[in-house]
Design a protein around this ligand. Structure first.
Ligand code: LLP
Length: 412
């Protein structure tokens, strides 16, 4: 189990709220935040889990927040984060993107939310309406990495960030429009290996020292992996901080003043806190393959279908010594890719699991990041509830959507 939540509590949650249901463990989130306290600012990339109650928990722990859309800005405000930016202080909300849609540009300007710009066009569009606005520059250092090609956000095949060689153009745009440069930011991907994470520090020092830019802060981005499989090592966060602290000190020595160090993790803070609870609704054999069909689909947990991601699966209350059988675990969607046990490229895999029958509860572990936040209404399936467990108490933090709510959008 990825969390300490007891089987009895999970069974109770399934009874109270039905399945499928997301369950998060607040204690686990706090533990992961504590791992990163050495950084001056931990800024939660809320795309990993944007439930406003989770955001509130983050805020109570002193974590700041990143937003990548108008919706995420409004979520941050709802959770109590303050917009705006005081020089020398880390802002509570930063808007990070590679482009502005018109409504978001207007709202960012209205609120004074600092912008982490991933294109020079953003600087021109912002500068034209809001001289003096605080900006970060998200730089693509020319390399990237991720747990999948789809989560690599650096290098010349990525759309993200301002190409490192274009930094002078970005600085010129900042000068032309009188924008206020806060800092440089690099995020090279999600689920990044340690070697690539180390490389980013060097790229940051190199870029700042060559650019001639003065800045208050640097951001290491996110990307920190978590162990999804038994035996996978956990990142040594003290060592990782040490690398960035050394980079920050070299930059501070070059600039002649202290430099604030931010980190922007999503997955690291929430992945292990969350699980998806689903009920077995059918079992059947297809030739040699034994299929277990549950009431959650890739519209709920998309990661296996999207990236071939591995999520540990267990059967609630199965005895530890129960004999195990190779199973394909799949969902209810009318699509062959609705399989939780698959590898990259959609290859169907089996998982050794205790024998199950209809009515058993299955747990999909490590789903707190990019689980609920990536879910959809595909096959006209309503979004499922989210429950936060804190100090042994389970609290509904998003109710189940109804079919009537889905249909209501089309009352026009
Ligand atoms: N900062 C920026 C600018 C980002 O684009 C992201 C993630 C993060 C921070 C946080 O990255 P993290 O610490 O979570 O790795 N849906 C994929 C992950 C996509 C990540 C997108 N950007 C997945 O389920 O693995």
């Amino acid at each position: 189990m990825s969390t300490d939540l007891s089987p009895a509590l999970l069974r109770q949650i399934a009874q109270d709220h039905g399945t499928p249901v997301w369950v998060y463990d607040a204690a686990m989130i706090r533990r992961r935040i504590d791992d990163l306290r050495a950084f001056d600012t931990v800024r939660f990339a809320q795309k990993a889990n944007s439930n406003t109650h989770v955001l509130r928990l983050m805020r109570e722990q002193g974590v700041k927040v990143d937003a990548v859309s108008l919706g995420e800005i409004e979520r941050a405000l709802r959770a109590g984060f303050q917009p705006g930016c005081t020089p020398g202080q880390p802002s509570e909300i930063v808007f990070t993107a590679d482009l502005f849609d018109r409504a978001t540009l207007a709202r960012v300007v209205e609120l004074g939310v600092p912008v982490n710009a991933g294109s020079v066009d953003m600087l021109h569009q912002l500068g034209a309406v809001a001289a003096g606005h605080p900006v970060w520059l998200r730089i693509n250092p020319g390399f990237g990495h991720g747990h999948s090609n789809k989560t690599n956000t650096g290098g010349e095949h990525s759309k993200h960030g301002i190409w490192h060689a274009d930094l002078p153009l970005a600085l010129a745009a900042i000068r032309t429009h009188g924008l206020r440069l806060v800092g440089l930011h690099m995020h090279i991907g999600s689920g990044v290996d340690y070697g690539h994470l180390e490389q980013v520090c060097e790229a940051m020092v190199d870029l700042v020292t060559r650019s001639g830019a003065d800045l208050e802060a640097i951001s290491a981005g996110g990307g920190l992996s978590v162990p999804y499989r038994d035996g996978e090592p956990r990142i040594d966060t003290a060592h990782y901080f040490g690398l960035w602290d050394a980079a920050r000190q070299r930059i501070a020595a070059h600039l002649g003043h202290p430099v604030h160090l931010e980190l922007e993790p999503g997955r690291y803070l929430v992945a292990e806190s969350g699980l998806l609870l689903a009920e077995v609704r059918a079992t059947k054999a297809m030739g040699a393959n034994r299929f277990v069909l549950v009431d959650a689909g890739f519209n709920d947990l998309m990661r296996p279908s999207m990236y071939g991601s591995h999520h540990a699966i267990s059967v609630l209350d199965a005895p530890a010594d129960a004999p195990r059988l190779p199973c394909v675990v799949a969902g209810p969607l009318c699509e062959s890719g609705d399989v939780f046990t698959q590898g990259e490229g959609g290859v169907v895999l089996t998982r050794e699991l205790p024998a199950v029958q209809v009515g058993d509860l299955m747990v999909f572990h490590n789903g707190g990041a990019y689980g609920a936040s990536m879910s959809s209404n595909y096959n006209s399936r309503p979004l499922i509830p989210e429950v936060l467990v804190d100090a042994g108490r389970a609290r509904l933090i998003r109710r189940r959507q109804t079919v009537a709510e889905l249909l209501a959008l089309e009352d026009c």
